[in-house]
Design a protein around this ligand. Structure first.
Ligand code: BES
Ligand code: MN
Ligand code: ZN
Length: 503
């Protein structure tokens, strides 16, 4: 979809649908919102009446669609609730834009005009609106034989506001929004694709194709290199599948010599393209969605795409170890003892705790290669994290509180829900093995903490942040800018973090 900036005039826009986000205060009394009053006036005052009749008060997550009956060029008028004015932040605006794109698609408007409220600065508003519109219009229908939605394509959207078309900040905001949304849609596509086609080989190819942009280089290593690197845990997980494992590196290098020499930020993403559980096989219900067990890597690739657009003055290096976790005659077994790249031995007590094994080896490699100022991993690591925080919050662990705080601040700015979790030392008892240096899984309680403590053993004392995205990496909701399937969670936070570190 094409997005442009346009000057404010919903009453004159020649589009199928005009959308106005409104706060609860905006609808309160006449004069509270000039934009609403103008639209209401053009429609002969029916907008306020219908809103009252339909009990539409501007609450967040609500909407009201009315026909214009030829009173203005647009055939449809949509009001989208932002909630109470003091809570109507950029995330509320992003969600409203997503709702507008969905409604415009549903009524087959063809073109849409979305008015930004003019309360947050034009860069941020243009960016949030652009992200919301693009993400709201996202669909994954490549596997549908009857694309009946095809005719209902939203072709163009205008982000409107007074003087916006001539505003340099708004233009920059729109461009960043486009890059971020493209990164997120790429990540969603990777996550939504079935495991039969999104194999480690295909994941590597997709990354190579999408990340062929100035500033980025992609390198793909195969099994031989993984063997040379002595990644015994990674190889142990990979050995049960007929699919070849891949180690994928993406490097962003700034143009200037000084920037190129700065300490990199390193990113690591979990990329189990299918997690059957291995010989510790998952029950059917728990296995259905396990094509999404590579969402951490999808977020890392999506973020690298956006970062190439941002062009920070320091390097960013991404590392992804990808394989399938399958049960077979060659699969690793409970009781096996694997030797990690860093020399530690690990007794396998559950082959379904595979993510930490692959991540452990890749984390060691990442810190050795990049000597980063911080390494951040994103992983659909534990069901326990979903039990603790629900489906919408990312669990955040770090061996340095300052880095956790930086990531949490970035998440807040990005409108993503993150929560700081503890590295409770007592839980380490969980991972004691009678026969090896440690085991890969322990008691049920504090399961997401033991996973984090396991990973900490492999970062060689470097500043490290672990993000468990098992819950928020997918959604079953079709609201705001979300749609069923992969969400691309984490990308906006990584982008915000990189932006904050630039300063
Ligand atoms: N990929 C799963 C975690 C997961 C669960 C992600 C649900 C998304 C939704 C991970 O590999 C796993 O199986 N974890 C086990 C660990 C246990 C065996 C220690 C879990 O959470 O049950
Ligand atoms: Mn598993
Ligand atoms: Zn897994």
């Amino acid at each position: 979809m094409d997005i442009k900036l346009a000057p404010s005039s919903l009453t004159e826009c020649k589009v199928g649908l005009v959308a106005l986000p409104v706060t609860e205060e905006d609808l309160g009394k006449k004069g509270a919102s000039p934009a609403f009053d103008a639209l209401d006036g053009a429609l002969g005052g029916v907008l306020r009446t219908i809103a009252r009749q339909e009990d539409f008060t501007g609450k967040a997550g609500t909407k009201l669609l009315v026909h214009s009956h030829g009173k203005i060029p647009a055939s449809h008028v949509l009001l989208v609730g932002l909630g109470a004015a003091e809570k109507a932040d950029l995330e509320a605006l992003r969600r409203a834009a997503g709702t507008a794109a969905k409604e415009a698609t549903r009524v087959n408007a063809g073109k849409l005009a979305f008015a930004v409220p003019g309360r947050h600065g034009t860069f941020d508003e243009a960016r949030a609106a652009t992200e919301g519109l693009q993400l709201g219009a996202y669909r994954f229908d490549k596997w549908k034989s009857k694309k009946d939605e095809e005719k209902k394509e939203l072709k163009q959207a205008f982000v409107t506001g007074a003087g916006l078309d001539k505003d340099a900040d708004a233009r920059k905001g729109l461009e960043l929004g486009l890059a971020v949304a493209e990164g997120i849609c790429f990540a969603r596509d990777l996550v939504n694709e079935p495991a039969m086609t999104m194999t480690p080989t295909q994941l590597a190819r997709a990354a190579q194709a999408k990340l062929k942009v100035p500033g980025l280089t992609v390198t793909v290593h195969d099994r031989k290199k993984i063997e040379q690197l002595k990644m015994g845990m990674f190889l142990g997980v990979a050995q049960g599948s007929r699919e070849e494992p891949k180690l994928i590196e993406v490097k962003y290098t700034p143009r200037g010599a000084r920037g190129a020499k700065a300490k990199p930020v390193a990113l690591v993403g979990k990329a189990i393209t299918f997690d059957s559980g291995g010989l510790s096989l998952k029950p059917a219900d728990a296995m259905v969605d396990m094509k999404t067990d590579m969402a951490g890597s999808a977020a890392v690739f999506g973020a690298m795409f956006a970062i190439a657009h941002l062009k920070p003055d320091f390097p960013v290096h991404a590392y992804v170890g990808s394989c399938e976790n399958m049960p077979s005659g060659s699969a690793y077994r409970p009781g096996d003892i694997l030797t990690a790249r860093n020399g530690k031995t690990v007794e396998i007590t559950n082959t379904d705790a595979e993510g930490r094994l692959v991540l452990g080896d890749v984390l060691t490699y990442a810190v050795q290669q990049s000597k980063p100022r911080v390494v951040i991993d994103l992983a659909t690591l534990t069901g326990a994290c979903i039990v603790a925080l629900g489906m919408t919050t990312v669990g955040t662990w770090s061996n340095e509180d300052e880095w956790a705080e930086k990531v949490l601040a970035a998440a807040k700015q990005a409108g993503e829900s993150f929560w700081h979790m503890p590295l409770t030392e007592e839980v380490k008892e969980n991972l004691k093995s009678p026969v090896a240096d440690m085991k890969n899984s322990g008691a049920r309680w504090g399961g997401s903490i033991s996973a984090a403590l396991f990973l900490r053993e492999f970062v060689e004392g470097n500043p490290w942040v672990h993000l468990d995205i098992a819950g928020p990496s997918t959604t079953d909701k079709e609201t705001g800018y979300q749609s069923k399937g992969g969400t691309g969670v984490g990308i906006r936070t990584l982008v915000e973090l990189v932006r904050s570190l630039e300063a």
